[in-house]
Design a protein around this ligand. Structure first.
Ligand SMILES: NC(=O)c1ccc[n+]([C@@H]2O[C@H](COP(=O)([O-])OP(=O)(O)OC[C@H]3O[C@@H](n4cnc5c(N)ncnc54)[C@H](OP(=O)(O)O)[C@@H]3O)[C@@H](O)[C@H]2O)c1
Length: 325
């Protein structure tokens, strides 16, 4: 099969399209013919091997252990192992196969059924592939860490990226009043996906304008923790999703120290694989409550170019790779 392969950490130039063996199906796995995949931040970290600390977690100290990149994907079930119960050949599925040893930037993946859910019929494979990691992060950040409630004032900082575009729509689906922070060129898009209010970060610093929010989700850190705390209501919660190594360190270690037992909370979200949450997202997609925002679709042969674009940090929504027509 064709796959995007890399044998050393580095910039997108180390990626190349190669012919490799089709993954083996065992009795507990599902073989999926991949139609589309999408790029997310973890793929970038796996590509570059940066931050270095990540390499100590079993992904390969000096070179990548798994040589095919990719996690988010959508496609058709081709074959199922003897013990698989939920899927059969011909089912259209989507899922996050991160860390399962079968990268999604390839014509086939072989993964446990828990990594998959049926693809809603009202969205394309490209749209379905855009969903898993970014939407799971947004859902788990807002619901599990932020304990979002209807009527709350919720601010999404970085509202125009992969995590942010889902966070705006999921917060609306929970009945919140949503403020989206993005740059001038993305204000209209943020309104179109349901934001009640928009703030242009190139013209206004929301941490300094005196407004306070019950819940803030920051796709990337962008501001110091103290500034976010200042923008929270007395019982408000801040949830950090990603950012520089320094921001991650501050959020994980200073966040708990800055949290007040009966007041403002400074938290982080770490996306975890969850079949139940994939089903929640499938239901929101089916009901039209969330719709993936796709910046660009690249063919598999132009994956390195897609990574170069993603790496600039200004994608509007998701960057998708069409693997098969
Ligand atoms: N915690 C987890 O488990 C988890 C899981 C997945 C991802 N993440 C993290 O989540 C973060 C966000 O990822 P992402 O895929 O959404 O995309 P991203 O590439 O980080 O974000 C792209 C968007 O950010 C906007 N942006 C850039 N600078 C900004 C600023 N100063 N203020 C507000 N918005 C700004 C850009 O808009 P403009 O072009 O208009 O500037 C662009 O639309 C990453 O750091 C990633 O590592 C964490």
């Amino acid at each position: 099969m064709k796959a995007i392969v890399y044998i050393k950490y580095g910039p997108p130039d180390v990626l190349h399209l190669d012919e490799v063996n089709k993954p083996i199906l065992d009795e507990e796995k599902v073989l999926v013919k991949v139609h589309a995949a999408s790029i997310h931040a973890a793929d970038w970290h796996m590509l570059t091997g940066d931050p270095f600390a990540m390499r100590l977690m079993g992904v390969g100290l000096f070179k990548p252990k798994d040589t095919i990149l990719g996690a988010d994907m959508a496609g058709y079930v081709e074959e199922v192992g003897r013990k698989v119960k939920q899927f059969q050949p011909g089912d259209a599925v989507f899922g996050d196969v991160f860390g399962l040893g079968s990268g999604s930037l390839a014509e086939y993946v072989s993964v446990p059924e828990s990594a998959l859910a049926l693809k809603p019929s009202n969205i394309s494979f490209e749209e379905a592939a855009a969903v898993p990691a970014a939407a799971l992060t947004a859902l788990q950040g807002l619901r599990n860490q932020g304990h979002i409630q209807p009527g709350q004032k919720v601010l999404i900082n970085g509202a125009s990226g992969g995590v942010g575009t889902f966070a705006v729509q999921i917060a609306k689906a929970f009945g919140a009043e949503v403020t989206a922070v993005c740059s001038t060129r993305n204000l209209e898009m943020a309104r179109s996906i349901g934001a009640d209010h928009v703030i242009d970060y190139t013209k206004e610093d929301f941490t300094q304008n005196g407004c306070q929010y019950d819940l803030i989700l920051a796709a990337n850190g962008y501001h110091p923790l103290s500034a976010y705390k200042h923008a929270l209501t007395p019982q408000g919660t801040y949830v950090f999703s990603g950012g520089s190594p320094a921001q991650i360190f501050q959020s994980l270690f200073l966040g708990p120290l800055m949290s007040q037992s009966h007041g403002r909370k400074m938290k982080s979200v770490m996306k975890r694989a969850s079949h139940d949450d994939l089903l929640v997202l499938a239901s929101l997609l089916e009901d039209g409550k969330i719709k993936p925002v796709i910046d660009t679709c690249y063919p598999l042969s132009r994956t390195a170019e897609a990574f170069r674009y993603f790496g600039k940090g200004h994608a509007r929504g998701k960057v998708v790779i069409t693997v098969a027509k």
